[in-house]
Design a protein around this ligand. Structure first.
Ligand code: FES
Length: 285
């Protein structure tokens, strides 16, 4: 398993959630994940905390990595918010083992809320900075300081709550960071994104079938209504399971999985959330 990878974990009640692996190099005896109990749980965190006991067996998928380290980086910044530390902990462990140059910044509500605090202190000492209990303006200033002092070959990796990810993205853009050097791991979409916009005509190239996709339904919903199976998982445009090839037309990308360059290329799309800019869209389905 490579640093930044995550697992699909099948939870009691039928939910499937993605959790990042914390394993370091050589730590291949099992998968280590960490799940925070969320007050506003969509079901996954509550199922894990309330319905899973030590000794239970859970079905998991194979590790997938949409958040891999770029091997060309001269320096690596790891920016974690709360439990978003998990993939960055794995990255820090691998970078440390390879003797590479990195610094891990961990933003959290308080030192007591810092998951893996003892491990971070022990393993990374002067390559780890805890930013605890910062108000919003101080958080912004800290991010500006962190991103402001960088060389052209630095890559930054961020995982955490959406507001932190959005803050890092906007500060990075304002400071002139190129999108290809900023990497984000999303596990949750910013909001409901699959509907709304213009209706369009969808053609399934393999069967030649054509259907209308109205504004109030996603492509996946329309496909299901005509009994065309498409594998999905998150249905929020973050996991990549429903990825399909675009044969003709211009997608309106609403996902957080494809990179900016991939979105610009318009070769693939995530039909669980993305739609069409053109009046017609042809997919390899
Ligand atoms: Fe996860 Fe579409 S099902 S991106």
């Amino acid at each position: 398993m490579t640093p930044g990878a995550h697992l699909d974990v099948h939870l009691p009640g039928g939910l499937i959630r993605q959790y990042s692996l914390c394993n370091g190099p050589g730590d291949d005896g099992g998968y280590t994940i960490a799940v925070k109990r969320e007050e506003a749980s969509r079901g996954g965190s509550a199922a894990m905390h309330d319905r899973v006991e030590p000794g239970d067996l859970l079905h998991v998928g194979l590790p997938k990595n949409n958040f891999a380290l770029d091997s060309t980086a001269g320096h690596t910044l790891l920016i974690a918010g709360g439990i978003g530390i998990t993939p960055l902990l794995a990255m820090a462990r691998h970078l440390a083992a390879r003797g590479e140059d990195f610094h891990l910044h961990h933003f959290c509500r308080s030192a007591a809320h810092a998951a893996f605090g003892a491990e971070l202190e022990r393993e990374f000492a002067n390559r780890w900075t805890l930013h605890a209990a910062l108000p919003p303006e101080a958080t912004r200033e800290a991010i500006e300081r962190v991103l402001g002092a960088h060389d052209a070959d630095t890559h930054a990796y961020t995982c955490g709550p959406l507001p932190l990810m959005q803050l890092v993205a906007s500060v990075g853009a304002a400071l002139g960071w190129l999108p290809g050097r900023m990497h984000f791991e999303y596990f949750k979409a910013a909001g409901p994104v699959a509907t709304g916009g213009t209706p369009f005509e969808l053609t399934l190239a393999r069967s030649g079938r054509t259907v209308q996709v109205p504004a109030e339904r996603s492509i996946v919903e329309v496909l299901r209504s005509i009994d065309v199976a498409i594998e999905t998982n998150c249905e929020q445009g973050v996991c990549g399971t429903c990825l399909c090839t675009v044969i003709d037309g211009v997608p309106e990308h609403r996902d957080q999985y494809l990179s900016a360059a991939e979105k610009e290329g318009n070769m693939q799309m995530l039909p669980c959330v993305s739609r069409a800019r053109s009046a017609t869209l042809v997919l390899d389905l």
